[in-house]
Design a protein around this ligand. Structure first.
Ligand code: GLC
Length: 522
């Protein structure tokens, strides 16, 4: 619990959460793959940065066809990542530093190597816990496609039936109409809550149930979950019932345990329905991650996020999306825009999710076709998501960039040396320093800030808002400096050259300034 303007509220309502893609964060044993001990040894990076929590992508035993999102045992640790003792050490060291830990839960599908699926193939009662159907006209039961490309059904040769997999063929979908599946996940949830985790990120939270008719659908494009509404596939009416059930479980523990749903739906109103006092505590609001650069576009998504989500959540990058530096044009322009947009979101009420490496201004790596590992690339021939998953560069002058002493599982991005952590730590003007300043200022102001946001509309191409409690945030999206009427002290500026004088604030091109308003004007 935490006090905001005299009101006690759970930590997650305004937390800044840092996503760790475990494979690519830090490798402690030289096998080229990041691991839990690597995360533990870099916790001070997160403390220095000033985040409140970290989200770990799946670390469970897995054949790694989807890099851990194909889980073969929900309550143990993949040896490549460590073991349960390593997890406990990480959790306890994080807690000692006042960092909360969110783990990834993957309830839509298991790995085909999970003992449940193996038993299902062998014809045991577990078969009811997956979606097996007879074929149609010598082919799959319907025309559904996998998000990763190709059909969503694979033939089980022994039985002559097909099983459903909305992702890779190695990720069979669970049948959530089976009560046994519910019971199993309740136990999994309790296992991790008992171990002390602070929350869960729920993978493809809008999936789980499929329409019982399994009727044909209009063809869906591959490679993006948000590319199409799939009314028979996503967002069935029954699914929120699962989260109502899980909410009773998280609420039965002390310490404000939470869940955040990856609800990848085109319509943000539908995603917002997953959140509430008896449902998920949060759902990712992906509309910002899809917004174009520009004052109008950003204002629209901010308004929508504020109006629809309680609490609002803000996401610009993650392990499935192009990094926002790249999406906003790459190079110096992309970086200026990226940190300016991040600064806008960090000024808002709600919870912001950062993705590892964005504090360095990393761009997507250019992973050559022969080095690609993402099942999207392998199944569909599209470039896939490897570009945003290239390893963290900790040290500039080192072949393994302090990430590994071995051969990294994916090549580093071209900007690894230039943007490495050790270089930026020595540079007060680096992106890393700006992120730190933003997070320190946010933490300092937090007890004084309310949730009301007022737009100030000072000039075209400029977004300016006043947050209740005296924070003014001005984003200049244009290529020229602008002057806006304001008074107070500059707290953080994402580019050099911001200054206040004579009741006006100068905001450098493509930058954001945070100002602590003069209390007499607040
Ligand atoms: C989620 C994960 C993604 C994974 C997919 C299937 O979208 O973020 O990385 O491939 O689910 O589990």
């Amino acid at each position: 619990m935490r006090l905001n303007r005299g009101v006690v509220q759970p930590w997650w309502r305004d937390a800044v959460v840092y996503e760790i893609y475990v494979r690519s964060f830090a490798d402690s044993d030289g096998d080229g793959v990041g691991d839990l001990e690597g995360v533990r040894s870099h916790l001070d990076h997160l403390v220095d940065l000033g985040v409140d929590a970290l989200w770990l992508t799946p670390f469970y035993p897995s054949p790694m066809h989807d890099h851990g999102y194909d889980v073969a045992d929900y309550v143990d640790i993949e040896p490549v990542f460590g073991d349960l003792a390593a997890f406990d050490r990480l959790l306890s060291d994080a807690h000692e530093r006042d960092l909360r830990v969110i783990v990834d839960l993957v309830p839509n599908h298991t790995s085909n190597e999970h003992p449940w699926f193996q038993a299902a193939l062998a014809g045991g009662p577990e078969r009811q816990q997956y979606v097996f159907r007879p074929g149609r006209d010598g082919g799959p039961p319907n025309n559904w496609t996998s998000v990763f490309g190709g059909p969503a059904w694979t033939l089980d040769k022994d039985s002559g039936e097909y099983y459903l997999h909305l992702f890779d063929a190695t990720q069979p979908d669970l049948e959530w109409r089976s009560p046994a599946v519910h019971e199993k996940f309740r136990t999994i949830l309790r296992t991790w809550l008992d171990r002390g985790v602070d929350g869960f990120r729920i993978d493809v939270a809008h999936a789980l149930y499929k329409h019982p008719d399994l009727a044909d659908e209009p063809a869906a494009p591959v490679g993006s979950m948000m590319a199409a509404d799939r009314p028979a596939v996503w967002d069935q009416p029954e699914v929120v019932g699962v989260y109502e059930d899980w909410r009773r479980i998280t609420d039965s523990y002390t310490g404000d345990r939470m869940m955040v749903g990856e609800v990848f739906l085109l319509d943000a109103r539908k995603a917002a329905r997953y959140v509430g006092p008896s449902r998920l505590q949060q759902a990712f609001n992906f509309s910002v991650a899809k917004a174009d650069w520009g004052a109008q576009a950003l204002r629209e998504v901010v308004d929508r996020g504020l109006a629809l989500f309680d609490p609002p959540t803000w996401v610009l990058s993650n392990h499935d999306l192009p990094r926002h530096t790249t999406r906003f044009g790459g190079g110096e322009t992309g970086r200026r825009r990226a940190v300016a947009a991040t600064a806008l979101l960090l000024a808002l009420p709600g919870s912001t999710y950062l993705y590892q490496g964005e504090e360095l201004g990393l761009e997507d790596g250019d992973v050559p076709a022969e080095a690609r590992q993402d099942p999207i690339a392998l199944r569909s021939g599209l470039p896939g998501r490897d570009g945003c998953r290239t390893p963290m560069p900790w040290v500039a002058q080192d072949v393994g960039h302090g990430f590994t002493t071995g051969r990294p599982w994916l090549p580093f991005g071209a900007d690894a040396s230039e943007r490495a952590v050790d270089v930026q730590r020595r540079d007060e003007t680096a992106m890393l320093a700006t992120y730190r300043q933003l997070l320190v200022a946010r933490r300092t102001l937090r007890p004084h800030l309310g949730n009301a946001v007022t737009w100030l509309d000072p000039a075209p191409d400029v977004l300016a808002l006043r947050r209740e409690g005296g924070l003014v945030c001005v984003l200049n999206t244009s290529e020229r400096p602008v002057e806006v009427p304001c008074s107070g002290d500059v707290l953080v500026a994402t580019q050099a050259g911001a200054c206040v004088g004579d009741g006006s604030l100068t905001v450098p091109p493509v930058s954001t300034v945070w100002l602590r308003e003069d209390p007499t004007h607040a």
